[in-house]
Design a protein around this ligand. Structure first.
Ligand SMILES: [Zn+2]
Length: 464
């Protein structure tokens, strides 16, 4: 009897010990080692899309990721993904192990790219990686003439161009053309598009060139300039002499723009509570110069434990811009500052998870607004090395358009003059002869390939 009681006790304590061992599996992996060998690892993958009206935090719930885990994921992706650019249909994928623990998460804003966060069991940290499939840029020219009663916008939409791209073209030309007063029937427009395609779909579009010619409107053209730094605010449309084609607005507070956290209600990265975020958090390294977005008078240059080093500037129209968490403040209360003057540097002072600039904007009526809805401009005019680069890019754009236009007419030319050859269109003739040898001219594909030979590897050319 005593023996069996002792046995019971022994047994229950054994159960207790093994139960405790389960509880502490994280800190004592030796205990669990035999178990791991016995159980086969199984994973469950949950896939979903961002739905209408959902922010990233809400979208994570679609794949059963919530609360602190959701905040951790958001914080580890913030510097790579701009959540303010979330679209309906963006894909989320969560992989859980047999203990229902999240081990991997991926997020795709287009089918060719994946942002992946995996849990590293050794360091107990989320590790970020980026996976990209090869894609190609294709070029095409869109041209047309306004018919009676039509507008440039209507025409471009009718040609099948995506609305955001139409808006880009129209906004650029609006800087030069007063459509309401001067647009006329018979006016001509031209747009050079560079389209990034993946499995038959356009996943990104750049408007490399746009022009408008009218009896009343005259001739205007705009060239796309792409800065070498990703996210540079200098990447925009310019005239041939470097004038920025963005209707006058504020200067950007930083030269690179990546919104880590947008304006509006959000779950606070530190407190985890839902609160109104009256501004945007812009990514920046400690020490990066912060610029005044417009001229004005410094009405605050202070430190407190929440905002850290803070500067506020009142502008001529009564609006106020705010710059928080600065490392250094370079202005004092009462100072007058010029537009784009350096007023401090990016820091991580106050209640923050890491270095960034909190940039806020208050209208003259005292209401807060999303500063990203203000028109902003990197520079009124490109200068120095950037201007030189603009000239190089303009030359490339013009060359590309010549090639495209040549390829449109050259199939007739070739029939007439078989030995015609120009250095610029070498690739075109090479392809044409191969195509002819195969005896299957496919005009549409053929033209497309010609337009893009420089971006297309030879193996892909051979497939067509
Ligand atoms: Zn903020």
């Amino acid at each position: 009897m005593v023996l069996s009681n002792m046995l019971k006790l022994l047994l229950s304590s054994f159960v207790l010990i093994s139960f405790m061992a389960c509880e502490t599996e994280v800190s004592s992996p030796q205990v669990l080692l035999p178990q791991i060998k016995l159980t086969k690892e199984t994973f469950e993958v949950k896939k979903s899309e961002v739905r209408r009206g959902q922010g990233f935090f809400q979208a994570l719930k679609n794949v059963d990721i919530q609360n602190q885990l959701a905040l951790d994921l958001i914080n580890s992706l913030r510097d790579e993904v701009e959540f303010s650019k979330l679209k309906v249909g963006d894909v989320l994928e969560a992989t859980f192990n047999q203990h229902k623990e999240l081990v991997k998460f991926s997020f795709s804003q287009n089918p060719a790219e994946k942002h992946i966060v995996s849990f590293d069991g050794k360091t107990k940290k989320w590790v970020y990686s980026f996976k990209e499939q090869p894609t190609y840029w294709y070029h095409r020219i869109l041209e047309g003439e306004l018919s009676y009663g039509s507008t440039l916008q209507d025409d471009l939409i009718a040609q099948g161009l995506e609305r955001s791209v139409v808006a880009e073209v129209v906004n650029v030309l609006l800087c030069k053309v007063n459509f309401r007063m001067n647009a006329r029937m018979g006016d001509r427009y031209k747009v050079l598009l560079s389209e990034r395609r993946f499995s038959g779909k356009t996943i990104e579009t750049k408007v490399l060139y746009t022009s408008y010619q009218g009896k009343k409107a005259g001739f205007s053209q705009a060239f796309f300039y792409e800065d070498s730094e990703k996210g540079s605010t200098y990447t925009a449309h310019y005239t041939e002499d470097g004038q920025a084609l963005i209707r006058s607005g504020l200067r950007y507070p930083l030269s690179r723009l990546h919104v880590r956290s947008g304006y509006g209600y959000r779950w606070h990265p530190v407190t985890g509570k839902r609160r109104m975020h009256r501004g945007v958090d812009l990514r920046g390294r400690i020490g990066t110069p912060v610029h005044a977005v417009a001229s004005g008078k410094v009405i605050q240059s202070t430190y407190n434990k929440y905002a850290g080093n803070k500067v506020a500037i009142k502008h001529r129209d009564g609006s106020v811009s705010y710059y928080l968490h600065l490392n250094k403040r370079r202005v004092n209360r009462g100072d007058w500052v010029r537009s784009y003057q350096v007023i401090g540097t990016v820091g991580k002072t106050g209640r923050v998870t890491g270095p960034h600039l909190h940039f806020g904007f208050r209208r003259s009526n005292g209401r807060w607004m999303n500063p990203m809805n203000k028109r902003m401009i990197a520079t009124p005019k490109l200068k120095g090395a950037r201007f030189v680069k603009l000239q190089q890019q303009i030359a490339q754009t013009k060359g590309l358009m010549q090639d495209l236009e040549l390829s449109k007419v050259s199939k007739y030319l070739i029939a007439e003059i078989p030995n015609l050859k120009t250095p610029k269109s070498d690739h075109f003739f090479k392809f044409f002869s191969e195509e002819k040898a195969l005896g299957k001219p496919k005009e549409a594909q053929f033209l497309e390939v010609v337009m893009n030979t420089e971006n297309t590897p030879a193996r892909d050319l051979a497939k067509i």
